[in-house]
Ligand binder design. Structure first.
Ligand SMILES: Nc1ncnc2c1ncn2[C@@H]1O[C@H](COP(=O)(O)OP(=O)(O)OP(=O)(O)O)[C@@H](O)[C@H]1O
Ligand SMILES: [Mg+2]
Length: 307
């Protein structure tokens, strides 16, 4: 199995801003690789350099063995691209768009219109693009990315703005593409999505990779075992106060209260009750959860992914 994407020391600046900062990684054939990070982290900048839409300032990129900056035309024949902001002509009809895109490639799918069925767009094939819902537009964008039967697919925030049901549908589509042996490179700011879809996840923040592993290993790296969530009433208390509890590895202020990462949930609950007694505050809404990828981001950066 060869690397489908290979990056070494890739950097991209916009004036003084370093949008992608010395990034290196490989994506293997058949992998679903996710790039996760908050708004402005550099996801689109990086994915668009892989797609040959932006040029790095330094470092080397290979996609299917090609240099996107120098062999853009060759590369475009081999990859499927869904952009974060679609530039599809608003008045074009769905079926026409699929035909048009197929005509742009030397070796498109033999029956590109069958994609409309796969993507549940048959009813909409004569509708104009601008009249579609967000989820339908995203499905058209995916159909257009698939018409050339590419080996690699790039999806930039393919589920942003979709309702939970449309998001599930989209996840099914990505899984389907992956199950046909395609390599998928996607970006998202939903950890849950990365957890669900990706074989490996790179967490990007301020242009740098701060973690890269399977979702399972990333979660396991927290070692904590469990997360204790609660609210405090009666007085102000700093998160650092909770870090003094023996089993607690980290305490964070989160939306609606505090989160403690702990190796021993039961012990932490008992100690917390004693602390509240001693320090004169009340505890409310106490519960224990298993950590997830959102917690990985929180632990790595001290911030929540969506603020
Ligand atoms: N063409 C550009 N010119 C100048 N600055 C840019 C340009 N494109 C992006 N930036 C800046 O570079 C940084 C990274 O932007 P980018 O679009 O890559 O982030 P992102 O992770 O895709 O964010 P989002 O989740 O909002 O899509 C941001 O601070 C952004 O303002
Ligand atoms: Mg983006």
């Amino acid at each position: 199995m060869g690397a489908v994407v290979e990056c070494e020391h890739v950097t991209k600046r916009y004036g003084d801003l370093v949008a992608v900062d010395d990034v290196g990684f490989r994506v293997e054939e058949g992998e679903v690789f996710g790039l996760v990070g908050p708004n402005g982290a550099g996801k689109t900048t990086l994915i668009e350099m892989l797609e040959s839409l932006r040029t790095p300032d330094s470092g080397s990129i290979r996609v299917l063995g090609l240099d996107p900056a120098k062999e853009a035309q060759k590369l475009k024949e081999k990859i499927g691209v869904q952009l974060q902001t679609t530039s599809i002509q608003p008045n074009i009809k769905v079926r026409e768009a699929v035909r048009l895109f197929a005509s742009l490639y030397r070796q498109p799918l033999s029956n590109p219109e069958a994609l409309l069925k796969t993507l549940s767009l048959e009813d909409k094939q004569n509708s104009r693009f601008r009249k579609l819902s967000g989820g339908q537009k995203q499905r058209v964008a995916i159909a257009l990315a698939l018409v050339s039967d590419p080996q690699v697919l790039f999806f930039d925030e393919v589920t942003t703005g979709l309702d939970p049901q449309a998001r599930r549908t989209m996840w099914g589509l990505v899984k389907d593409v992956a199950s046909r042996g395609k390599t998928v490179f996607l970006t998202t700011h939903y950890m849950e999505e990365a957890e669900h879809l990706c074989d490996r996840v790179a967490v990007i923040d301020h242009g740098k990779f701060i973690a890269l592993d399977t979702p399972q290993n990333l979660v396991r790296s927290l070692r904590g075992g469990s997360k204790v969530l609660f609210q405090v009433e009666g007085r102000e208390i700093a998160p650092s106060e909770f870090e003094k509890l023996p089993a607690v590895s980290r305490a964070e202020k989160v939306e609606g209260g505090f989160a403690l990462f702990t190796a021993d949930g039961d012990r932490t609950l008992q100690e917390l009750v004693r602390l509240a007694d001693r320090e004169g505050f009340r505890l409310a809404g106490i519960r224990t959860e298993s950590p997830n990828l959102d917690d990985v981001f929180l632990t790595l950066t001290g911030r929540e992914l969506r603020e």
